[in-house]
Write a protein that binds this ligand. Structure first.
Ligand code: UDP
Ligand code: MG
Length: 317
């Protein structure tokens, strides 16, 4: 069985050569047929040159999908899958946080268990601040409550799966991609393999806290419409409360002659209801903006070129 290793790369100049060495070392005598599909996601450093050098210097089939700009990791994974021709596909980061030795274990597991379609690495311990871990745990708790799709806390993109699953993923052509949800949504039998992530070899993580929050919102909007229902329910409840309050005000006026209940009450109500309205509009806007962008049918990525060191007539751009 042939394995395609898909590696999204964004400013990973220093990591390409060590990653390749590590892959070669781990795969020797264990995985006989494999290709490497690197996606250069608009890197601004020497990543492309490092990839080209690697491509020219080895007999192992290497493909480089070179993006016209930075489209993000999700788009890079999509492009990598599109250009992967193996019976098995592995996704791995370029920064050596994920040890290729686990890929060998994943492939062995799939070889031995024909009813299993996907082996996903599952991180039990996280090497990050307690605050980030707390936020991630809350996020998984909330999204699992809201969505029918199951989101496994700690499961990463680091996984190996069969080409049938790849085809299913490629059929999902949504622009805002949230792979953690996509992997669950397509189904298939998945085994979660515990692993321990290493430190990044060189460079810095591209995930700031703000980007993570945006990613979390993307995930929720992509896989559940519950926030829309919550805003409808809140609207319904506040309308009901206002109706009751209107009746109270009318009775106060007619029975006791109290016309203006007070400045404070009015200001509090205006601010509270104004805030609720903006919140509901914002939630609607999140869904609408994604519908708008999806309706333009823009491509998920644009490749400037696809470079390969093997003659491959089936090059897919
Ligand atoms: N990456 C990418 N495009 C981006 C950001 C990241 O292709 O816009 C790649 C990056 O080169 C790496 C992988 O995605 O191979 C994971 O990125 P990173 O290490 O920054 O994420 P973390 O490990 O902190 O979750
Ligand atoms: Mg990383």
């Amino acid at each position: 069985m042939k394995l395609s290793l898909v590696v999204p790369c964004y400013n990973e100049e220093q990591n390409i050569a060590p990653l390749f060495e590590k892959i070669q070392g781990e795969f020797q005598n264990k995985i006989d047929s494999y290709e490497l599909v690197f996606v250069n996601d608009g890197s601004t450093d020497g990543t492309l040159n490092a990839l080209k050098q690697l491509c020219d210097s080895t007999d192992i089939p290497v493909k480089i999908v070179n993006f016209s700009r930075n489209f993000g990791k999700e788009a890079a994974i999509f492009a990598g899958l599109k250009n992967a021709s193996g019976d098995l596909i592995s996704l791995i980061d370029a920064d050596l946080q994920q040890d290729p030795a686990y890929v060998v274990k994943m492939v062995q597991y799939l070889d031995e268990n024909s009813d299993c379609d996907c082996v996903a690495a599952f991180q039990e311990k996280r090497h990050e601040s307690a605050f980030r871990t707390f936020c991630k745990k809350r996020f998984y708790h909330i999204i699992n409550k809201m969505s029918d799709t199951e989101f496994v806390d700690g499961a990463s993109d680091f996984r190996t799966f069969r080409s049938t699953m790849k085809d299913a993923i490629l059929e999902m052509s949504e622009y805002h991609r949230f792979s953690k949800g996509i992997f669950s949504w397509v189904g298939f039998n998945t085994y979660y393999m515990p692993y321990d992530a290493d430190e990044r070899l060189s460079g810095t993580s591209k995930w700031s806290f703000k980007k993570l929050c945006q990613y979390a919102i993307d995930g929720i909007v992509a896989f559940t419409t519950v926030p829309l229902k919550i805003s409808t329910s809140i609207g319904f409840l506040t309308s009901l409360a206002s109706l009751i309050y209107i009746i109270i005000v009318i009775i106060e006026k007619l029975a006791f002659g109290i016309a203006v209940p007070g400045y404070a009450t009015i200001v509090v109500l205006i601010l509270f209801l104004g805030g609720l309205q903006l919140l509901a509009l914002g939630i609607n806007g999140e869904y609408l903006s994604r519908t708008y962008i999806q309706s333009k049918h823009r491509p998920i990525y644009i490749a400037r070129e696809v470079i390969s060191n093997k003659d491959d007539k089936n090059d897919t751009k």
